[in-house]
Structure formats: C-alpha cells, structure tokens
Design a protein around this ligand. Sequence first.
Ligand SMILES: [Zn+2]
Length: 363
Amino acid sequence: MKKFVFIIFCFIISVIYSAAQKTENIIIITTDGFRWQEVFKGMDSTIANNSNYYEGDSSYIFKTYWDNDETARRKKLMPFLWSTIDYHGQIYGNRFLGNKVNNANPYWFSYPGYSEIMTGFADTTINSNDFPANHNITVMEFFNQQAKLKGKVAAFGAWDAFDRILNEKRSGIPVINAFDMTGGKNPNANERLINAMLKDSYKPFGEVECLDVFTHYAALEYLKTKKPKVLYISYGETDEWAHHAMYKSYLNAAKQVDDWIKQIWTFIQSDPQYKNKTSLFITTDHGRGDINKNQWTDHGQDVEDASQIWFAVMGPEIAAKGEMKNSMQLYQDQFAQTFAQLMGYTYKEKHPISPAIKSVSGK
Ligand SMILES: [Zn+2]
C-alpha cells in the first residue's frame, strides 16, 4: 500500500513538474526600429501617399498592403503574426487600447535598446552605438553558463554591433553578424554558398550591416544543423529603409521578416527537439516618430514617440490570449528575465534586473 501511495505521489509530482516547465528552447527575434503603428494598423495611408516616401510607386504599396478594414490591413502586412501568433500566443503594444510597451532607457536607439533587451537593465552608461563590449553579463551569456545550455546558445545579426552588445569574446557565444562568415572552420555546402553570396552581395549599408536575407539563411541553417537551445536572430532592414525614407522597402522588409518567422516556426513544429518545447519572442529595439510630425523615419531622444515599442510571444506555457486589449504599461527591461523564466531559470547578475512579465511567464 505504501509503495502504491509513493508511486501515485511520484506521478503527481511529475505531472506538476511537466506542467510547470515545457519550454526547453527559446528563439528571440528582433526587427530593428519597426513601429508598433504598422504592427497594429498595417500600412499608413498618409505615408504611402507622400511622394517623399513612396519610392515612386504609391500604387504598389496600396495594391499590396491596403484594406479599408484595419484588421484585414494589418494581416496583409504580417499574415503569420495575425494568424498563428494571434491565435496561439500574445501580442503586446497596441496603444490605441492602452496596452503600452516602452524602452526604459532614455536614448531610443539601437545599442542601448538591444542591451536593455538582453540585460534586463537600462544602463545609462551605454549611450552610443559605438559603445565598446558590453560590461554587463547578458541573459544570453547567463544561459551559456548553465550546464544544460552550455555551447547551445548562438546569435545571428545583420548589424556588426552584436559582437560588442553580446560581448562575444567574454561570453563564448558564437555571434555571426554583418559580414562574418558562417559555419566556422568546416562550413557545409549551404553555408559555403551563403558565405560566397554574402561576400559578393550588394552592400547598401556599407560594411557595418548586411542585407537580412544572409542573416536569416545563416541562422536557419544553424538552427537545422546545430540545434541550439537558445537562438537570437536580429534583422536590420526595417530600420535602414525607414532612415532612407523608403516606405515601400520598409513594409516589404517587415513582411519578409513575418514570412521568415513562419519558416522558422514551421521547422520548429516539424522537429522533435523543438516541437511543442520552444518559445518564440519577437520584438524591436526602439520605436520611431509619428507621421503627423514628419518623424516616422527617425528615432532617438529628440523624437517624441520613439520609445514606444511592441512584442509578441508564443510557446507551450504561454496562454493563447492573442492581442492584449487591457490597459497596462510594460518596459523593455522586463524581457530578459521573461526569457530566463520561460526557460525555467532565474537570471541573476551584478546589475539590477527588472522582473519578468507575469502574463507571459506565469511567474
Ligand atoms: Zn536607426
């Protein structure tokens, strides 16, 4: 009888344990400076009607992305976000409904934003995109220090600052960014082709940033062959085309990122290591200005709305709530601990770390 009670006890404990921790892998994706306005309302007709922004082809933008109905319109721009993630996950940052997400840092440009995402801390000493290697230990580095995760953490970024933001040297995490070759010392056939095309590619952003297509396919190949438990992918074109005042390209870049997320998710759900054991977290480093002030192309401290951001999340522990419609105020410095909690860890370092987002992590 005692033995039977013990078996029942063990069974209950294992049920509780498995219910508590299903996420064994996490994929974090950012698309640089992509506005919450387009996420929740789709293309903006005022911008698309302005000859300074439509790249000589306003009709293409309307034909591809317009719908009078706002819900249908945003789905045209980000079909995967507004179908699968809306159905299975949570989407935060619709300020029209009072659901607010902001940078906690006061700068509203990239290095401080990415550092805030990855450290859970708005470190005001990090005040430049040229800032040297991050002195804070990021949640990526923390993951790489955990016995179960060591050597299974990797990052891919279009912009060459990620070597410094994630402190590649100290952290020991492979950070493949900008024109770094992928595949290490023994690249496979796909990686050799990606490397050759990257080297010969058009370089509209100079040597500091490559086109997203190379970052994406290098990361996807790594995911399929190296099977990391923690993967970060940072796309950059949404920010670049916005700075270039190229609205058509900005929208096309966002739509492409949405489709790549779908590709990643489709692979995840077809692979036994990842299927129903992987959380996906998608966000941006900062917002941008408003078209009413003619500032949609820009961001930074002097651009009023540029701290306004958004995020989306989906995974086995995450309640399917779709678009979050209740009023709340969240900050970017809550993301890092949320990543850790989703993976079953508590991220602790010397610097202060903001608490996780409860409605996501349940903790
Ligand atoms: Zn920028």
